[in-house]
Design a protein around this ligand. Structure first.
Ligand SMILES: *Cc1c(COP(=O)(O)O)cnc(C)c1O
Length: 358
């Protein structure tokens, strides 16, 4: 029997890889180390008993969008909700990408931008960040001029480097191109800067899209819920490409109930920011190259020591500590990314790393 041929452009592509190894300390996927509060569980279980199981969900997730709009002080018509911000990104790519168009990324950055864009047959143009992993105005201008992108992805703070974006760069991106400018704020609450402030005040906000997720700060990676704030004219376009009833009733409830516990979320963020300071300082004391982070992870380079990044990664794994091995990613030679866990997990990581480097 012959197999049906997959699309030509898919044959050379690879799927997303982040090994889920069974270890004691898992610090490789930037999840929150704590679950949502017990009160969340109780409230959620109570709300779920009200679901009309035989009926399709509210197709537009109206109540959830209203709650998110209130949270960010925008209109519900500016909120689009989907199955994780990855589905938001896919919806954006289906709307603005596709065959014959170009998506611009600033490397190193979140690999899913290119991956998702390509699955919509969009061409991907990559430009490099500077040594501090910043998007310089220079690079931005050149990228826009030479590639004429239909959409571009700025990640703030950037995964995997932890660097936030500046309003100057986003304003320049909006002013210099007619592209959809996506600012991915998956880690937005950990940072000093948010592009959300640019809605309302900014003329060019006709092309600004800010994405957020419940996966990180809201401690709900298991739920797969994300959203974006965008100009209201885009909503009708997004509805053309997204599957009807893509967001199930249970998930809509989970999101709404989660939002009732914003205080606890903010406390967790503060706690992790404290750990970020402590772990950064310890890594610096070990004489590693450490990049200042505004997210819940830290990127560091092992070069000042004698061991390669890959070797350090393996030896940490031998000690049942899993971090993200970025050492083969372009521009990230010998770099590892560690997610901030609980205080105890971070201490175990630091002790293991000290041992490895000795
Ligand atoms: C983790 C992460 C996301 C989250 O994706 P979800 O689909 O919402 O889980 C989005 N963007 C970046 C840069 C991330 O690191």
């Amino acid at each position: 029997m012959r197999r049906p041929l997959v699309r030509d452009d898919l044959r050379s592509m690879e799927g997303y890889h982040s090994p889920q190894v069974d270890v004691e300390v898992r610090l490789n996927t930037n999840e929150a180390p704590f679950p949502p509060p017990d009160e969340f569980q109780e409230a959620f279980i109570n709300e779920v008993t009200k679901v009309d199981w035989n009926r399709y969900p509210d197709r537009l997730a109206q109540s959830l969008r209203e709650d998110l709009a209130a949270l960010h002080q925008v209109q519900p018509e500016q909120v689009f909700v989907a199955n994780g911000s990855n589905e938001v990104l896919q919806t954006i790519c289906l709307t603005f990408g596709g065959h014959g168009r170009t998506a611009l990324t600033f490397e190193p950055t979140y690999a899913m931008y290119g991956q998702i864009a390509r699955t919509t047959q969009c061409r991907v143009a990559q430009v490099q960040r500077d040594e501090a992993f910043r998007v310089s105005l220079d690079v931005l201008e050149r990228g826009i001029e030479t590639e004429n992108p239909a959409l571009m992805f700025l990640c703030s703070p950037n995964n995997p480097t932890g660097t936030p974006e500046s309003s100057a760069v986003i304003e320049a991106a909006l002013a210099l191109s007619s592209a959809a400018v996506v600012v991915d704020e998956a880690y937005g609450q950990f940072a000093d800067f948010t592009a959300l402030d640019m809605f309302g005040s900014h003329d060019a906000s006709e092309s600004l899209i800010v994405t957020r997720t419940f996966s990180k700060t809201w401690s709900m990676a298991g739920v797969r819920l994300g959203y974006c704030i965008a100009p209201s004219w885009m909503m009708d376009e997004f509805q053309k490409v997204v599957l009807p009833y893509h967001l199930d009733s249970v998930k809509q409830i989970a999101g709404q109930v989660a939002l009732r516990f914003q205080d606890q979320m903010e406390k967790r963020v503060t706690q992790i920011a404290g750990e970020r300071k402590r772990v950064s300082e310890s890594l610096t004391l070990m004489e590693l190259d450490v990049w200042p982070s505004q997210a819940n992870f830290i990127l560091f380079r092992t070069t000042p020591c004698d061991l390669s990044g890959n070797e350090v990664w393996k030896r940490l794994l031998d000690r049942s500590v899993l971090v993200r091995n970025c050492s083969t990613w372009p521009g990230l030679d010998d770099c590892l990314r560690v997610t901030l866990g609980t205080e105890q997990e971070n201490t175990i990581f630091l002790e293991a790393l000290k041992e490895v480097l000795q």
